[in-house]
Design a protein around this ligand. Structure first.
Ligand code: 13P
Length: 247
């Protein structure tokens, strides 16, 4: 079981130190923890988390390997400063920055080349949900992102997150029955694409009061937490709601 905090574009040096200190002082939780900080704070976080059980991740990565790409951050740089994970294809980038499945696929490849474990985000918009297109959308996102990887599939580490766009930041998490149905679908789809079991995280308004029911579902291996990850007490309450499982 893995609980990942996606801090998004929040925090500052002082508040990050406080937040990480509170997580570190809390000691063991029944699951693994990771936090994905803004690029500019990753090195500070890496130093503070050094030697601890909490892993570090980034929120995005360049599709380019290196070179004249002003403002971009490469996968090798993220690995160099101690990242283990990188979020790829978050809906806030797909929607707000027009990231296509092809771009997401290129970013996944860069992450793998650098030895990072990408957390591939999938999810349907509110309209797609009401039109009953969730499965069609998720299938296209998975196939688009993972097209042609079978040759190297044994080597790749991958986590997939289901984050319904309509549940992100709204306070309205998807119901456990919907999450289980969608995760079961993702599990089946991924089994056709990769030879291994891929850990599946749920994200979208996961809070201490909704976490236990979501994390207890058979096809949920953890959570990708936005707003509640900015508060140590809430993030730890979610982590403590998790049971041990094979993720
Ligand atoms: P919230 O938990 O704030 O809804 O955000 C979820 C998310 O987007 C995590 O990546």
């Amino acid at each position: 079981m893995l609980i990942v905090g996606n801090w998004k574009m929040n925090g500052d040096r002082a508040s990050n130190v406080q937040l990480l200190r509170a997580l570190l002082e809390a000691g063991e939780t029944p699951c693994s923890l990771a936090i994905c900080a803004p690029h500019v704070y990753l090195a500070d976080c890496a130093a503070q988390l050094h030697g601890s059980a909490i892993s570090l991740g980034a929120q995005d990565v360049s599709q380019h390997e290196r070179g004249a790409y002003t403002g971009e951050v490469s996968a090798a740089m993220l690995a160099d400063i101690g990242c283990r994970y990188v979020i790829v294809g978050h809906s806030e980038r797909r929607v707000g920055h027009h990231e296509s499945d092809a771009l997401v696929a290129a970013k996944l490849r860069r992450a793998w080349e650098a030895g990072l474990t990408p957390i591939l985000c999938t999810g349907e918009t509110r309209d797609e949900y009401y039109e009953g297109r969730t499965q069609v959308v998720l299938r296209a996102q998975l196939r688009g992102a993972l097209a042609g990887i079978s040759a190297t599939a044994d080597a790749v580490a991958l986590i997939v997150a289901y984050e319904p766009v309509w549940a992100i930041g709204t306070g309205l998490a998807a119901t456990p029955s919907l999450v289980q149905e969608v995760h079961q679908f993702l599990r089946r789809e991924l089994a056709q694409l990769l030879p291994r079991r891929v850990p599946l995280l749920y994200g979208g308004s996961m809070k201490p009061d909704t976490a236990a029911a979501l994390l207890a579902l058979p096809d949920v291996d953890g959570g990708l937490v936005g707003g509640a990850s900015l508060n140590a007490r809430e993030f730890l309450a979610i982590a403590n709601a998790a049971k041990q499982s094979p993720a």
